[in-house]
Design a protein around this ligand. Sequence first.
Ligand code: NAD
Ligand code: TYD
Length: 353
Amino acid sequence: MNTKKLLITGGAGFIGSNFVHHVMESFNDVNVIVIDKLTYAGNLKNLSKWKEDPRFQFFKVDIADKESLFETCGGLDFTDIVHFAAESHVDRSILGPEEFVRTNVFGTFYLLELAKERFKKFIFNRFLHVSTDEVYGTLGEDGFFTETTSYAPNSPYSATKAGSDHLVRSYFHTYGLPTITTNCSNNYGPFHFPEKLIPLMILNCFQGKPLPVYGKGDNIRDWLYVKDHCSAIFTALEKGIPGETYVVGTRNEKTNLDIVNRICELMDEKHPEGAPHKNLIQYVKDRAGHDFRYAIDPSKIETELGWKPKYNFESALEETVDWFLTNQVWWKDILSGDYQNYYNQQYQELKQK
Ligand code: NAD
Ligand code: TYD
């Protein structure tokens, strides 16, 4: 096999850094260039393991700044782009959608332009766009999202991801750029930024802080361990058909309350101080436009590309709790930085009764 040279955007974030670990650990013949703006969610410590490795390079770049994107990446040697960089948190998109339009729509557009230029002149294999199942809107009690589900985004976040998906699609149809889009369900695992449900609940249990459950806690998410997601992305990159989309999930639907209760039980066992942690649950105002249920039918990626997940939910959730208990310096640094200011000043309003 020829050496794959991956340009990975957003590689200092949660899923991106897990993907860097996945490819660096699994394949000797893969080179990685990470570009990342290092927003509040980007953390170079997530990648410190690779900083001396000759197969790894990092550049601080804002993908929504076309000039600096082209200036930095124009001369780099890569054969594929794997695009994770995004503003990713629904609550933040409700508080301030503009940055989401800027990064998710304009950033993806400039990256497609970069890929198009590259594709004209050099070997260019794939532009893999990592997207979300939230572009499909919400499900009721029944049914599943598949690749043919109509787009119906409900939050500013999902609307900007939908916009980026459409741009990616158009570059395949119009310019023949070999694009692939994956739309996955909610991830969890190591390096998960502590504003999202699972890490927030683990860390609030640890600190004896309230566990804010939106509405009645009966909204349903379909949880995907980030390591399974990374193997799905690599499978799609290697075997996916240009122009196609693949939904990714592992059939793990849970209500938010199920998740919070299970985390409380695990924390009672592993961090008994403050047990029973369930007493910390607080029902707070529901999220505006809160999608009720997400659920994925991953048959296409399973049957057409032969992808199979490796992890089961129970043990992967426990592994995740253990990761946060073992890596306290990682999250304490985050909680004591700028994120905490933002969290205190604006974000707390969302967590009121
Ligand atoms: P994250 O917020 O943890 O990380 C995003 C990364 O992108 C950060 O490193 C950040 O610094 C970088 N970034 C943001 N704006 C940038 C810009 N303008 N230029 C360059 N870099 C920029 O996000 P995540 O959870 O790792 O999500 C990665 C991708 O997967 C996103 O595209 C997201 O929409 C998608 N996704 C995530 C989930 C999930 O459960 N986390 C589910 C479905 C899809
Ligand atoms: P989140 O992790 O923000 O992911 P997404 O909004 O992309 O699905 O939220 C997952 C679910 O948990 C969602 O239904 C909202 C809910 N939630 C809470 O109940 N409390 C919280 O503090 C957070 C962050 C989320």
